[in-house]
Design a binder for this molecule. Structure first.
Ligand SMILES: O=C(O)/C=C/c1cccc(O)c1
Length: 527
């Protein structure tokens, strides 16, 4: 897509071509929505930052069309351990290589490699245009009609008018300022040193993440790749040399290759923006939330933002869905991001002893850091909680299926083994335990949604067991695979559809999806 410079109209402008911005562009492109991505740097930022994803995020990357490429550059991690000051294991939280979403529950990767994969995919998408080496100088006004985005490049100043603007412009977001959002402080602020090393040394480690719970020298250590390692240390009184810092893991007498790829100081913060949009200007990723990295969820939260928002935006822009659909973005994502940040902060307290008046008391308890209330339980589980109830999450019970994700097993359709999402398409869908009743079929038809019995998908029984465990005869999945509502076991239909049915309504048909092959698989699976 090429847009005339100086004064052009585009459906979506994305500010920032980091992983969140580019993934958002790819997800929109898969739904036929064109975007221009504006980025300060000309090329991928070469230094490592994020190092971990969970399986939900791998599924998002799959939806963006780079799932297999990401699998090829990432490495499953065994999980998370809490160590005491003498590096004795106090608690171990194992992660499976076959998570709920069909991928390893934790994967390690090198961020520049991920960004290269995403940029290459962007280059193959005619719906996306990346403008690198530009500086965005203003966003807005945004209160009515298209939003103006002003940027500068070597040729001067330009304006774009967009139906929506996605601010993926990081912690110092200009977009956040433009919409007048303020930070809500979740009370964690510490200076840490982050060290990335490439070496073939015999590093003392396991295939996972170690958190050293030592108030005097809290630290994180993990293997990121074949010869890539990351250490994080809370800043001490003096700036110690790397070899001194890593001496407990790499023998000081090792004199082989040892490249410090990066050593930098960060302020780890816990913050959430008080508002995530102003009209059609949205905040995503670090522009909307900041977390200490102790549970590896920073980038994950940003990619969840992109997945949550893009299907809603595509429906509004392309299919004439109600504007109210867009309000659910902040309503769903903000409490989710806040909960994940709080868990990261709790992990930080376990490692450091905390910063408040009770810190001294907690220090005495640190020999059993995993006893910090709720931490062990939460850290041992899926780190991504269910979405809270709202217009698009009809939660009846605290532990019901609504707000959680449908699992992604392998299925067999049309004689081919595929991941579930490749087969069920990218719109709303109802999965049923058995053949849908005539009334459910009629209801589905009225909603413009397909009802598919899981038996026809021929998976390994995962889907039937999941519905059974959730006491559901059917589940209505949203395009992001979150359960909107269920038909309770023994029930006939969805009840009280009035709260969500209007949000499913569209006035135009969907853009023809590039995934025609998947649709044909679905037809044969449901015949
Ligand atoms: O809980 C996990 O499996 C991974 C946690 C993690 C990942 C990356 C960086 C961290 O400090 C923790």
């Amino acid at each position: 897509m090429t847009v005339e410079p100086n004064s052009a109209h585009v459906p979506v402008v994305i500010i920032g071509a980091g992983p969140v911005g580019v993934t958002a562009a790819l997800l929109l492109a898969r739904r036929g929505v064109r975007s221009v991505v504006l980025e300060r740097h000309r090329d991928v930022y070469p230094l490592p930052r994020a190092v971990a994803t969970d399986d939900e995020v791998c599924r998002i990357l799959q939806a963006a069309g780079v799932g297999e490429e990401f699998a090829a550059i990432s490495r499953p991690a065994k999980g998370l351990r809490l160590l005491d000051a003498r590096h004795r294991v106090m608690a171990e939280f194992r992660r499976s290589v076959h998570g709920h979403h069909g991928y390893p529950q934790t994967s390690m990767f090198d961020q520049p490699e991920l960004e290269r994969v995403l940029r290459d995919a962007l280059g193959r998408s005619p719906e996306c245009e990346l403008r690198g080496g530009v500086e965005v100088t203003a966003v807005g006004p945004y209160t009515s009609g298209p939003v103006r985005v002003t940027y500068r490049d070597d040729n001067g100043e330009h304006h774009l008018w967009a139906e929506a603007v996605l601010g993926c412009d990081g912690a110092n977001s200009l977009t956040r300022e433009a919409i007048g959002a303020m930070w809500e402080n979740l009370r964690f602020e510490e200076r840490w040193t982050v060290v990335d090393v490439r070496t073939n040394a015999d590093v003392r480690c396991w295939e996972g993440v170690d958190q050293v719970c030592d108030p005097d020298r809290p630290a994180t250590f993990m293997r990121v790749g074949e010869d890539r390692y990351r250490w994080e240390f809370r800043l001490g009184e003096r700036d110690e040399p790397v070899r001194e810092l890593v001496a407990p893991w790499v023998s000081p007498s090792y004199d082989g290759d040892f490249e410090v790829v990066r050593k930098t100081q960060y302020t780890f913060r816990a913050r959430v923006a008080d508002r995530w949009h102003g009209g059609r200007v949205f905040l995503l990723g670090d522009a909307a939330h900041l977390t200490p990295p102790f549970i590896g969820q920073g980038l994950c939260s940003g990619l969840r933002d992109a997945y949550n928002l893009t299907w809603k935006l595509a429906r509004v822009l392309q299919q004439g869905a109600e504007e109210g659909l867009l309000d659910t973005y902040e309503r769903e994502r903000k409490p989710h991001a806040r909960r994940v940040i709080r868990l990261a902060v709790a992990m930080g307290w376990a490692m450091t002893g905390g910063q408040d008046g009770a810190a001294a008391l907690r220090r005495n308890l640190l020999a059993a850091a995993c006893r910090i209330p709720g931490l062990a339980e939460a850290a041992g589980r899926d780190l991504s909680p269910a979405l809270t109830a709202g217009p698009l999450v009809r939660r009846r019970a605290r532990r019901g299926l609504a707000g959680t994700h449908c699992p992604q097993p392998w299925v067999n359709a049309d004689g081919r083994r595929s991941r579930l999402d490749e087969v069920i398409g990218d719109s709303f869908i109802i999965l049923t335990a058995t053949d849908p009743s005539p009334s459910l079929t009629a209801l589905a038809h009225g909603l413009g949604v397909r009802a598919v019995p899981v038996t026809g998908l021929r998976d390994d029984g995962t889907l039937a067991a999941w519905l059974h465990a959730g006491r559901a005869d059917a589940a209505l999945l949203r395009p992001d695979r979150v359960v909107l509502d269920i038909v309770p076991a023994g029930g006939r239909d969805f009840t009280d559809t009035a709260t969500w049915a209007p949000l499913l309504h569209t006035t135009r048909g969907p853009h023809p999806s590039p995934r025609t092959a998947e649709k044909s698989l679905l037809r044969s699976a449901t015949r």
